[in-house]
Design a protein around this ligand. Sequence first.
Ligand code: DGT
Ligand code: MG
Ligand code: MG
Ligand code: MG
Ligand code: MG
Length: 269
Amino acid sequence: MAKSKFEYVRDFEADDSCLPNCWIVVRLDGRNFHRFAEQHEFKKPNDERALRLMTKCAQTVMQELEDITIAYGQSDEYSFVFKKKSKWFKRRASKFMTHVVSQFASSYVFYWKDYFKDQQLLYPPGFDGRIVLYPSNQNLKDYLSWRQADCHINNLYNTVFWMLVQRSGLTPVQAQDRLQGTLAGDKNEILFSEFNINYNNEPLMYRKGTVLIWQKVNEVMTKKIKLPKESEEKEVEVTRSRTKVVSLHCDIIGEQFWEEYPEILAEDS
Ligand code: DGT
Ligand code: MG
Ligand code: MG
Ligand code: MG
Ligand code: MG
């Protein structure tokens, strides 16, 4: 077909393909979720519905898009790691980022009512996205460790902060002053001595965030089959092996996780 005289405008499109052989990480984060959480009456410091909805959306992203090997989420953010060797959309950064963020955002609205049964969605939420390339496995592990450490630091702080406000009746400013300059050990001590809470017994999902990986699972299903010599259909159990996205709430900072699931960082990834 003859090209129109307008075709030249294509040449203005910048090449944004990601460097080969690098892990491609897309991280999204809820826009102004401080306000969004207030308006939708999220429980403080952790709203289980909100965290589970985030994870449902991330599972949808992993299933719908290609080449995501692991995802990690906490608070209003999720990180998706694409395989080093991915050729999806010629590794164009804008394609990766926009597909992840739009699939996630539409899922958030679509699945909202399944998680927030008595809370209406009051306005359309937005998410920002960024893309970062990591050339080595160690860099990638350190990136994920950084996000999980962030989860830990914020969750410990928020847990004590809201105890001081909700249980001890401190104002937010007083609680903030009380925690000024405290170390992790001091916060654990306040929780234990003043509220009888052992931080290590708080739910893992809050302390560790959520890891999504692919796992082989055996599914038992009943199938109706018609045997040649019999006139009626018969129900039989069949076992099928499938790869599914599963969620874990475990430590990913230590080596143990990576030794247990070597396929995540496998060389052909
Ligand atoms: P941004 O990301 O710069 O547009 O602004 P924010 O407000 O989203 O700030 P960010 O992402 O640094 O912090 C996440 C906010 O989301 C933080 O204010 C607390 C809120 N949030 C996230 N998860 C929960 C939750 O489970 N419960 C409550 N109450 N708030 C949450
Ligand atoms: Mg922010
Ligand atoms: Mg945010
Ligand atoms: Mg955030
Ligand atoms: Mg198109």
